[in-house]
Design a protein around this ligand. Sequence first.
Ligand SMILES: NC(=O)c1ccc[n+]([C@@H]2O[C@H](COP(=O)([O-])OP(=O)(O)OC[C@H]3O[C@@H](n4cnc5c(N)ncnc54)[C@H](O)[C@@H]3O)[C@@H](O)[C@H]2O)c1
Length: 379
Amino acid sequence: MGMIGGGKDAFIGAIHRLAANMDGLIELSCGALSIDPETAIASGEALFLPASRTYTNYEEMILAEAALPPEIRMDFVTIVTPNFAHFAPAMMALTHGFHVVIEKPITFSLEEAKQLKEKVEETGLILCLTHTYSGYPMVKQAKAMVADGKLGQIRKVWVEYPQGWLSKLSEREGNVQAAWRTDPKKSGKSAVMGDIGTHAAHLAEYVTGAKITAICAELNTLVDGRMMDDDGAVLLQFDNGSKGVLMASQVAAGEENALKIRVYGEKGGIEWFQHEPNTLLVKWLDQPTQIYRAGSAHLYKAAIHNCRTPAGHPEGYLEAFANIYRNFALTLGSRLSGTTPTPEMLDFPGIEDGLRGMAFIENVVASAQSDKKWTPHTI
Ligand SMILES: NC(=O)c1ccc[n+]([C@@H]2O[C@H](COP(=O)([O-])OP(=O)(O)OC[C@H]3O[C@@H](n4cnc5c(N)ncnc54)[C@H](O)[C@@H]3O)[C@@H](O)[C@H]2O)c1
């Protein structure tokens, strides 16, 4: 793995390294770890990277790595830069034959995402998008139960992602992560939908297996002086006839990462809450509620494949992230050894999810700005 961004000045890069390390399948071998050359070098030293493979910009890294013998050079690059700096390194990495792991939202604009998709298809390389929450075992259990028809025909989806960390004007108080996320030149068309709304939309489509076909949205800026939205609500229609409600807010003061999804069919519903990730509640129309737990033998294969510890030992965000990396690494390993990956290995988000996420952001903004409101969710 080579990493772009994620140095001492960054948040999510360190989480990626922990997740990538967890199964011993991936080794960090090089990096262009910061936009600031001094920080890039200091970050490489702190991670014990060789000086010769600690680069001060991503262009230099991709060219230098491409010139190394195949058994030495990185196999893939992980892009953990702010949203506006995803597209160029991803295109360059693919052009030079490197697989890509990339943060969400996949690009700055839908147009960029379309170009990236063309490049992925043209090169045949693997792209993995880190929609972290789809890596949790009990989310996979929920998906498998829906797919197996346990809930009957799906009718209603509620997905909510309230956070409180932008309740103040932190972008003016030196919070680097808040600063670029609320800057329209760096974040994209919607701040709240790009940062967390796309996670919620992806989770709704992942668990139900259905695709959003139309949306009716409202976006708000609830903190005075902020340049972009920090709150929003979206009504959803799905291609299986079900209806949904999505809520994303970064000004829900006191909330942490309170992502919750509820899906209801004719016979019952499921509820998963990321603060209690080992638990899946299954509610029945005519029976008491059941509690499914990670690590139990009663789970579907897709969930068991992504459990790491015996029942009762908490597994969380890092393990969910690691599940995405492991499935990607096993798929890449199959590619490199000429074997066929199993369906469980192929279970990680990719370019299509990235494209749908960018379309979601842009369609939400279009709907919020229109008087007509209901807007087809097309790419
Ligand atoms: N999947 C998740 O749960 C999750 C969580 C947090 C952040 N993210 C996403 O991760 C990305 C990064 O977010 P963050 O909070 O870590 O940002 P950050 O501001 O903390 O870190 C960004 C890093 O990128 C570097 N950088 C910027 N431009 C660069 C360039 N051209 N070349 C090399 N390095 C460059 C910066 O120096 C810094 O090291 C964003 O796209 C964000 O949406 C995803």
